[in-house]
Design a protein around this ligand. Structure first.
Ligand code: NAD
Ligand code: FES
Length: 276
């Protein structure tokens, strides 16, 4: 059992939790993820690690589905049944001069350890944080010590530039020759368009893919992604990959396989909650 030591609501849909998991904490590197089960009957939830502090592993999750809603009902002092990790491959922290991180919504959580690592090796770091509105622009203060410039964008213009992250990225790539690498984490559609833009402006790019995962150990094959015509498993080969040749359209279509089942479970929990 794994104890929840801290919990904070970042906005109405997104929570932060610090979980006591010494073995995971000791071995985790930027890009690694964990799989947790809230209780014995729970489904497995993969989450990229947002930070390590001593024995604590920070996670940030969006309460979108049945299991993340259940996780959101846990409080400080409660325990989580399973918390397995670190899983996957550590992100490549490349030898670059100036990296731009492009983080969309909750994608800002797994971006944080990567940009910290770039800053620690002496790379100049810029960050574009994008969200639907200012309430969803999370982790601004946490990023501040590790980034040289932070640019904000909201879909509705409630904070920063009104528009998408790509509206901010385009002029940066056009005007700043020092930028030699982009890291994008967020919705697949965002990573697709950021990758197209990076390629058009001749910059290398890494993305963090979030295919549906079941076992997280390379056994079930659910997390297949196609890159340059070859099949990779998100859980053991990723989740971070060079973005240039990722088949984002296939990934988007695979992500929607269980949409109907997920919606039924979500409604079930909503009904149970309103009945109590
Ligand atoms: P969201 O849908 O609110 O979008 C966040 C931002 O992404 C938008 O504000 C916009 O700036 C940008 N964006 C969206 N569509 C775009 C487009 N077509 N072109 C350019 N930019 C676009 O984000 P959310 O609801 O917080 O969802 C975040 C997503 O990130 C989820 O799908 C989640 O699965 C994914 N995610 C991935 C990882 C990972 O490790 N790969 C980790 C966490 C979250
Ligand atoms: Fe099953 Fe990757 S999650 S093979």
């Amino acid at each position: 059992m794994y104890k929840i030591v801290e919990k904070k609501q970042l906005n109405k849909d997104v929570d932060f939790m610090a979980v006591e998991a010494p073995l995971v904490a000791r071995n985790a590197e930027p890009g690694h993820f964990i799989i947790l089960r809230v209780d014995k009957e729970g489904e497995r939830i993969p989450l990229t690690i947002a930070g390590i502090r001593g024995n604590l592993v920070d996670i940030i999750y969006q309460k979108m589905g049945y299991s993340t809603q259940l996780l959101g009902k846990k409080e400080v002092g409660d325990t989580i049944e399973d918390f397995v990790g670190p899983l996957g491959q550590a992100a490549h922290i490349r030898d670059k001069k100036h990296v731009v991180g492009v983080a969309g919504g909750v994608g800002s959580a797994p971006m944080l350890p990567q940009l910290k690592a770039y800053k620690a090796q002496g790379t100049k770091v810029s960050l574009i944080l994008g969200a639907r509105n200012k309430e969803y622009l999370i982790l601004k203060e946490e990023y501040a010590p590790y980034v040289d410039h932070i640019y904000l964008a909201t879909d509705d213009g409630s904070e920063g530039t009104k528009g998408l992250v790509t509206d901010v990225l385009k002029p940066l790539l056009e005007q700043d020759d020092t930028i030699d690498h982009v890291v994008a984490i967020g919705p697949v559609i965002m990573m697709k368009f950021v990758t197209m833009m990076a390629k058009a402006h001749k910059r290398s790019i890494d993305v963090s893919l979030n295919p549906i995962m079941i076992d997280g150990t390379g056994m079930c094959g659910n997390c297949r992604v196609s890159i340059a015509g070859k099949t990779y498993f998100g859980c053991i080969d990723g989740p971070d990959f060079p973005g240039e040749d990722v088949d984002f359209d296939e990934l988007m279509s695979r992500q929607s396989y269980y949409k109907d089942e997920e919606h039924v479970c979500y409604l079930k929990l909503k009904n149970e909650t309103s009945a109590t």
